[in-house]
Structures are given as C-alpha cells and as structure tokens.
Design a binder for this molecule. Structure first.
Ligand code: ATP
Ligand code: RIB
Length: 345
C-alpha cells in the first residue's frame, strides 16, 4: 500500500465566542441576544479540521494525514478541553501546536445576525497567533520528516511569516503544492509578486477585490462595485491576469450563496466554470463555510498528488463540486468546526 499523502496546515487557532441575536444593535444601544456559546475555531484550525474530516472515507478510515502547525497560550483550559480534542477527533495531529508562555490563545467574538440569514461579524484578537513570527522555526516544523504533499495557509498569522513561507515553498528548489487562502486579507495587502509560482489561490469576493485594488494595470478596466455580484467575465479577466503574471495554476473564487468560480490553467488551455451553490432550506450560521471549502478542496488535491505527480489531470470540477456541497452542509449548522461534515456523510 502506498503511504498516505500529508497535508500541513500552518495557521491560526482561536476560541470563538458566538452570540446569536435577532438583529445587530446600533451605536449606544443594548439589546437582549438569543444565546452565547463557546466553540473551537480559527481559520487555520477550521481548515485543518475540514481536511481531516474530508479524509474520513468511513468512520474508521482516513486516507490523508493532516497536521496542524501554530500556537496557543500555555495552560489554556479552552485549548485542553475544546480545541485540542476537536482537532484530534477530526483526525488532525496537534504535535505541531506550540503552547506558548505569557500569551493568550487567539479569540474571535462572533455576532450571528439571525435577522440577516445568519450573516456574521467577527472581531479577532490574535493572541498567540501573532507570535508565529519566527520564520526559521515555522519552516523547521513545516518540513519536519520531509516536505508535505500539500501546505495550506491563511491570513491570521503574521504577514511576514506567510510571505516568507510562500517564497520558500514556491521556490524552484523546494516547489511544494501550496493552497493559499488570504483570509482575512492583511491590511497591507498581498503583492501579486509574492504569489509567484503558487499552486492554488482561494479567495472570496471581498478578498478578490482587495487583491486587485492595488494592481495598476487593471485600474483602467471597471471592476464591479462591492454591492454588486462579480460577473463571470470580470472573474475571467482577473484570473487570466493571475495565471499570466504569477503563474498560479488554479484560482478559486467563492461567491457565498452564488456558489464557486474556478479557473485552472492546464497547458495551453483554461478550464473554468461557475458552479452554483447547493440550494439549502435554511442558513443557520455561515461561519466556517469558506474554511470548509478550502479543507475539502485541499484533501481532493492531496489525494490526486498521491496518485500523480503534479496538478495536471486533476478532476477540478469534481473537487470544487464536493467542496461546494460540504460548505453548503456547513451553513445549515451552528459553529465553525462542529458544522463541518465528515467525508463519508
Ligand atoms: P465565511 O467567512 O462565512 O466562512 P467566506 O466569505 O470565506 O465564508 P463564502 O464565499 O461566503 O466564503 O462561502 C464559501 C462557500 O460556502 C461558498 O462558495 C458556497 O460553496 C458555500 N455557501 C456559502 N453560503 C451559502 C449558502 N447560502 N447556500 C449554500 N452554500 C453556501
Ligand atoms: O473563518 C471562521 C473563523 O474566523 C472563525 O472560527 C474565527 O475564529 C475567525 O478567525
């Protein structure tokens, strides 16, 4: 039997304090909310859980190894009782999670607006995630026992670490399949040059607009307003630019209830399509929908790389469709990690 492919997720771990409310209070207003619950979260660990859960082909077999690399506060009871067990039950190794002295685990205060279809507003306090700033140390953890098949990264650890890792993993000598989800987008942005040689970029509509805001060459062409839905021709134009300028093989733009757009450069051809979202009866909480998508997609890529060297011939339509279905399941349940389905579901 060939060894299982390995995904290493390098990113944030948070404790989510989730308040559900019939509406969001205005300035100076106090309101009785519906409930407050505490959940494991953080974009990095949510995506690791999504990779781990996606890899369960039955309740007892997992065909992809998933490892989390990041940091939490030392002796944090929430890590011990909530985050760590949830990661492990989802098939994610926590050996690469450092428990740091003198700092708190990251937190997210999440307001779920029940009156606006479960839409959320999130305030993040980075805590230990901000201390994942020693590039050499992170690189050592990320390449321990050799290079992983897939590296997954987001925007909730320091920008200098993320850009340094992109440079290292995408260099011709160390060429690794990196899936980068710049969420949330760093306030200083991500220069297109830093994406040179990236295998997969996944952004939502907001991040997509932010990425292109600084690209002067595109400024002469009108881009839709933030309150408008991006058109397919606009997405075609922007992704063509990314394929050409940075050599990114796959660009995915998640479009919330509109579904997912993808563009895959295969040789001289561009395989691109818009896959509509799965129709759901009731949206309960959209937190973690994007993370579910990224994790499921990463697992599909890792499985492909276990069979074939390189991304050529990846069945991208199937990978995107399955991740789209998993994300639709996620929005119908409450919480981030708990709402992510197992692959066999
Ligand atoms: P979040 O920050 O809430 O985790 P996001 O902004 O990163 O999400 P979105 O583009 O809003 O990402 O959603 C990710 C994916 O989740 C969508 O591409 C789609 O597959 C699924 N999804 C989101 N909202 C819905 C919905 N209302 N119905 C069905 N699927 C949805
Ligand atoms: O993507 C959802 C996550 O974003 C939440 O779990 C929260 O921790 C924030 O980081």
């Amino acid at each position: 039997m060939s060894p299982r492919p390995v995904i290493r997720v390098i990113g944030s771990l948070n404790i989510d304090f989730v308040t559900r409310t019939p509406r969001v209070p205005g300035p100076g207003e106090t309101l009785s909310a519906t409930s407050m619950t505490v959940h494991p979260g953080g974009k990095g660990s949510n995506q690791a859980v999504a990779c781990g859960k996606a890899a369960f082909t039955s309740p007892t077999s997992q065909d992809v190894v998933v490892e989390m690399i990041g940091a939490v506060g030392a002796n944090d009871p929430y890590y011990a009782s909530l985050l760590k067990p949830t990661l492990e039950k989802s098939g994610v190794s926590t050996a690469g999670v450092e428990e740091m002295e003198g700092v708190q685990t990251g937190t997210a205060t999440i307001i779920v607006d029940e009156g606006a279809n479960g839409e959320n507003r999130i305030l993040v306090v980075p805590g230990a995630n901000a201390r994942v700033d020693d590039l050499g140390k992170v690189m050592e953890a990320a390449t321990k026992d050799g290079l992983p098949d897939v590296v997954v990264m987001q925007g909730e650890i320091p920008r200098s670490t993320v850009l340094g890792l992109l440079r290292a993993f995408n260099s011709p000598e160390r060429k690794t399949c990196v899936i980068f989800n710049p969420a949330p987008m760093f306030p200083e942005g991500v220069p297109i040059d830093a994406l040179q040689g990236l295998a997969v970029l996944v952004v939502n509509e907001t991040e997509c607009r932010q990425l292109f805001a600084a690209v002067e060459e595109l400024n002469t062409v009108p881009v839709s307003r933030p309150d408008e839905i991006m058109t397919e021709s606009e997405l075609d134009r922007l992704t063509t630019y990314l394929h050409g300028k940075a050599g990114i093989r796959i660009v995915v733009v998640t479009l919330g209830s509109q579904g997912v757009y993808y563009s895959f450069e295969t040789g001289d051809l561009l395989d691109r399509a818009l896959i509509p979202a799965v129709k759901v009866e009731r949206v309960v909480d959209t937190t973690g929908a994007g993370d579910t998508f990224v994790g499921y997609f990463a697992t599909a890529v890792a499985r492909h790389l276990a069979r074939v060297k390189g991304l050529d011939n990846l069945n991208i339509r199937e990978a995107v469709s399955r991740a789209n279905e998993a994300a639709a399941k996620c929005v119908q349940r409450s919480g981030a990690m708990e709402s992510i389905p197992f692959g066999y579901e």
